[in-house]
Design a protein around this ligand. Structure first.
Ligand code: URA
Length: 237
């Protein structure tokens, strides 16, 4: 027997906290009956419905690494019917993306139905490194380099740049290619960082999440993570 909110969260439909809210607000049924008590325990063969939909009790965990193309939403669905990352993965499990890449950003996204690992990867205290290659307008000057080294304030909070490398300078076109590694996940953070330096991002790709890279993955391709890789990700906690 397991607690209802845990069973709902484990199915991947929502977080445990949201599951508790759903239970309290009467949106959850067990074997057809509304259950509003948080402590309720359910057995493996009890049928649990959330908002009228039966949840999957098969909680075998799956892990995918996708190289997201441009023009794809990092979400499980889109109200404007644009392509979403889930469309690229062949699975019957209810997976969801861990973190978010912008519509026009390409590169690595992890998708899983393992909420625990998703939390480890998203939690700021675990300092999970994300590496991007940004094509920017202009050439970084000494002041820009110093600011990137000392950390740039965005919304009164410093973005800690773990490391960066100028990979290419094109003086003719006045563009540069910068590889930059950061540990945080605020929305549009890389674009905002270069916006601060008045060197807007023209193109952005995420090429690394911790030790995972795009190696062997063309745009739109994905692979399953190995058990060893999953264990290694867990160990980053
Ligand atoms: N930073 C951005 O600006 N965009 C992304 O998609 C990811 C990080």
């Amino acid at each position: 027997m397991e607690r209802l909110q845990k069973v709902i969260a484990a199915s991947g439909v929502t977080s445990r906290r949201k599951a508790e809210e759903l239970i309290i607000s009467g949106k959850v049924r067990v074997n057809g009956n509304v259950v509003k008590e948080l402590g309720t325990k359910v057995a493996g063969d009890d049928i649990v419905e959330v908002d009228g939909a039966t949840i999957s009790r098969d909680n075998a965990k799956v892990y995918f690494l996708l190289n997201k193309p441009r023009g794809v939403i990092t979400s499980v669905s889109d109200d404007k019917d644009r392509p979403v990352v889930i469309d690229y993965i062949n699975t019957d499990k209810r997976i969801y993306p861990v973190g978010r890449l912008d519509y026009d950003t390409t590169g690595l996204v992890i998708l899983t139905n393992d909420g625990e690992l998703a939390n480890i990867l998203m939690h700021p205290s675990n300092n999970i490194e994300k590496t991007y290659i940004a094509k920017i307008e202009g050439i970084l000057n000494k002041d820009d380099v110093d600011r990137l080294k000392s950390g740039i304030l965005i919304d009164d909070r410093k973005v800690n740049v773990v490391r960066f490398k100028i990979k290419e300078k094109n003086y003719e076109k006045s563009t540069s290619l910068i590889e930059i590694t950061i540990v945080e996940g605020r929305n549009h953070i890389v674009k905002r960082l270069f916006e601060e330096l008045r060197k807007p991002v023209i193109r952005l790709t995420r090429v690394g999440i911790a030790f995972l890279t795009t190696e062997g993955l063309k745009s739109g391709e994905y692979r399953e993570l190995s058990i060893k890789e999953v264990k290694k990700l867990y160990s980053l906690k």
